[in-house]
Design a protein around this ligand. Structure first.
Ligand code: ARG
Length: 271
């Protein structure tokens, strides 16, 4: 009898410890439950939360346009999920190994990526721009010839730079866009090529750093962001359907206005 009691105490203690360990891990992620009652598998969504205003860390939480849009879409689809800050390069590797079920991270839909992954329908229109210090003589992309350019590794910014000037040491690759911008502030690169909304947000949030954004529609084409899935994921159809509803209902426009202060151009997005 005494032995049995001891065992029960030990089991309860072990259970409590396991619970506490789970609770402690949840600080880096934000999650939402869709309700509904029955225990469903949580969909793990990966992101690189160093890309404001799309995803960034605030008080230990991942916030941004993408975080809000994902939440609206997953609620609409009735899917329980957890958004996880896994980092940019690991995001793609984790999709392939199926450690994560999908990703949202301002990811441009490209033909090359489409060979390995599936994308949702487009949810945002973007383009590359050049970020330089205010006094820079650079006026367009071609002025970057012979200069060192900073990009986030494996992004369409890197692709755009290589298309213009070829691969090589003149293009410096960084783990995050924020680090690439820091490097420019420290004089390590003369310009950063990155997504327009991200460059604009950085300039707006850091007026003292005296930076400017240069647009060059002749040399940078339009890009569309999509949520990303492993190939043939059954999630894609559910997410597409929910995304359409979120766009049609005006919820998308509401989220867009919250983050960009203006109405979205829905006609261009859904054409
Ligand atoms: N749109 C660019 C691309 O897909 C950059 C995205 C970077 N996103 C991020 N969260 N760091 O290549």
């Amino acid at each position: 009898m005494f032995k049995k009691k001891g065992l029960i105490v030990a089991v309860v203690a072990a259970l409590l410890m396991a619970l506490a360990a789970c609770g402690g891990k949840s600080t880096e992620t934000s999650s939402s439950s869709s309700g509904g009652g029955e225990a469903k598998k949580k969909i793990v969504v990966g992101t690189d939360a160093a890309f404001a205003p799309f995803e960034y860390m605030e008080k230990g939480k991942i916030v941004g346009f993408d975080a809000d849009l994902l939440d609206a879409v997953m609620k609409e689809a009735g899917l329980d999920y957890e958004l996880k800050n896994v980092g940019w390069d690991p995001l793609f590797a984790s999709l392939q190994s199926k450690e994560i079920d999908m990703g949202i991270s301002g990811i441009t839909i490209t033909d090359e990526r489409k060979q390995t992954y599936d994308f949702s329908t487009p949810y945002f229109e973007a383009t590359q721009v050049i970020l330089v210090k205010e006094g820079s003589p650079v006026k367009n992309a071609l002025d970057l010839k012979g200069k060192t350019i900073g990009v986030q590794n494996s992004t369409t910014g890197q692709e755009a730079a290589e298309k213009l000037f070829g691969k090589g040491n003149h293009i410096k690759k960084f783990e995050t866009t924020v680090v690439a911008i820091m490097e420019m502030l420290n004089g390590g690169v003369e310009a950063v090529i990155t997504d327009n909304a991200v460059a604009n947000e950085y300039v707006k949030n850091n007026p003292k750093k005296k930076l400017k954004v240069i647009e060059d529609p002749k040399n940078f084409t339009y890009e569309y962001y999509g949520m990303i899935f492993p190939k043939d994921s059954e999630l894609k159809a559910k997410v597409d359907e929910a995304l359409k509803k979120v766009m049609d209902s005006g919820k998308y426009a509401e989220i867009y206005k919250k983050w960009f202060g203006k109405e979205p151009n829905m006609a261009r997005l859904t054409q």
